[in-house]
Design a protein around this ligand. Structure first.
Ligand SMILES: Nc1ncnc2c1ncn2[C@@H]1O[C@H](COP(=O)(O)OP(=O)(O)OP(=O)(O)O)[C@@H](O)[C@H]1O
Ligand SMILES: [Mg+2]
Length: 454
């Protein structure tokens, strides 16, 4: 097969390949984003780019593959360890994403300094900040005297050369969008540069066993800026969630080859950096009586049950189209629950604005919270509080039935641990008996709303 060079074009926003130049990308509609790239021989897919030739790639019997009992490396931060599935797996490549200013650099700087203090060789590569700026942050975090190695550089070749000499156990690249490889055209952050840099780092991590953490910027809709391929290449992807202006930050794994996904770590942002929150159920709940429109429920995030408060506000609308606004739960879920309430609970709210929010900036997609959302709306519409120390758990089906939820026993135990005395649960669930807890079972939505209005 011929290996002659040919010219191709690529969109620097979405990465689509084209045979000729265009002013507007036919795939993502971005203007002036098409750039020329040179392709040698056959079109290069990710696998064809630069996989190292020195990796022994002979087929072998699975039974003969030596078992690696390499221990995970602790990040000296309980919540970060939990998110990663019990620490950093040797040779793993972790992608850490989040909005600007949410605390990505803070978390890695804290982590690397703590690991260095525990005798681990760590290298922090910053392509965004100068050494003086990093030092300033380290002073604020109380880590200025750390033995962590700092390298402010954006050339990937230089970074890899230095890493080969230093041989760190953990290396952080802050951020992957600022790195560039000399062999490729395109500015740092372009799709081809991102892909090449991430691939080189992946090859380096896998062949040397160095744990590599990549920091990635996210776009407006919350994806890592660049091709999705970045997420496929790495072993673990974790995103920071939560309100940047709020006190709490949530780190959630969306992919993990070495642990459960959807595991979350909860941190409190303080002047000393991100402090792990040991008992998240407590921080997302308020003490005292529930006000009309508030309901408490329990969600399962990864392996942990967590209590939270959901609030609703129902008011007469002055718009032709009543407003339905949700924060922390999907808008679609709110629309469905309102339709169910109209149909089965005979709640006339089609002319009312409805606002719902999960306190503390949590984002939830657990179906087990449906009934609590419905109860919060009814409670506000009737101006009647839910009973003191009560908690509501259940998923709603489209015919108004309350369906059972996963890990019901775990949720009930967590509620009991935090002193809740009344628990509304689906009638069909297998309910463990817990001393001092009144379990109220409902099979249908209208039974629950009748109980609320009684
Ligand atoms: N003195 C302080 N006290 C409390 N919080 C602070 C203080 N200084 C900075 N912060 C917090 O640290 C955050 C900056 O975090 P950091 O620089 O780690 O974010 P980042 O995710 O790396 O952002 P970027 O994507 O821009 O690099 C600020 O948004 C602020 O909330
Ligand atoms: Mg940063």
């Amino acid at each position: 097969m011929s290996k002659k060079s040919e010219v191709q074009f690529e969109c620097s926003v979405c990465g689509v390949k084209l045979s000729k130049w265009a002013g507007k990308c036919p795939s993502c509609a971005a203007w002036s984003s098409i750039v020329e790239i040179e392709v040698k021989g056959e079109a290069r897919g990710i696998g064809a780019m630069s996989m190292p030739q020195n990796i022994d790639s002979k087929p072998m019997f699975l039974s003969q593959v030596p078992t690696e009992h390499a221990k995970r490396l602790s990040t000296a931060n309980s919540e970060f360890d939990r998110t990663l599935g019990g620490g950093l797996a040797p040779g793993s490549l972790v992608l850490l994403g989040g909005d600007p200013g949410i605390g990505k650099s803070t978390l890695v700087l804290q982590t690397l300094s703590a690991m260095a203090a525990a005798g681990c060789k760590t290298l922090y590569v910053s392509g965004e900040e100068s050494a003086a700026q990093v030092k300033l942050r380290a002073e604020r975090l109380g880590a200025a005297g750390s033995d962590m190695l700092l390298f402010c550089e954006t050339s990937l070749n230089k970074i890899l050369e230095n890493a080969e000499q230093i041989k760190p156990q953990v290396m952080v690249i802050d951020s992957i969008q600022t790195m560039y490889s000399e062999e490729l055209p395109g500015t740092p952050g372009s799709v081809s540069q991102l892909r090449e840099c991430a691939l080189k780092l992946m090859v380096y991590a896998k062949s040397s066993g160095v744990i590599t953490i990549l920091i990635g910027h996210v776009t407006k809709d919350g994806q890592i800026a660049g091709p999705r391929i970045l997420e496929h290449m790495v072993d673990t992807v974790a995103y920071f969630e939560g309100d940047k202006k709020g006190q709490y930050r949530i780190l959630r794994t969306v992919k993990n080859r070495f642990g459960a996904t959807d595991e979350i770590g909860v941190f409190e942002m303080s002047s000393l950096g991100l402090i792990p929150v040991q008992n998240p159920s407590r921080v997302f709940l308020q003490d005292g009586e529930l006000s009309p429109g508030s309901a408490v429920s329990c969600t399962i995030e990864g392996s942990r049950a967590m209590l939270f408060e959901i609030q609703a506000l129902v008011g007469k609308s002055s718009y032709a189209m009543p407003q339905r606004v949700s924060a922390g739960v999907e808008q679609k879920k709110l629309t469905i629950i309102l339709a169910l309430l109209e149909r089965f609970a005979k709640l006339q709210i089609s002319n009312f604005d409805v606002f719902v929010s999960v306190a503390g900036g949590l984002r939830l997609d657990d179906p087990g919270i449906d009934l609590s959302l419905a109860c919060a709306i009814v409670s506000n519409a009737l101006n009647k509080s839910l009973p003191h120390r009560s908690i509501v758990i259940g998923e709603l089906g489209l015919s108004g039935e309350i369906r059972t939820v996963s890990s019901l026993d775990l949720r009930i135990k967590e509620a009991h641990r935090l002193g809740f005395e009344k628990i509304v649960v689906p009638a069909s669930g297998k309910i463990p008996s817990v001393k001092g807890v009144e379990v109220i079972k409902f099979a249908r939505l209208e039974e629950a709303t009748r109980w609320l209005s009684a």
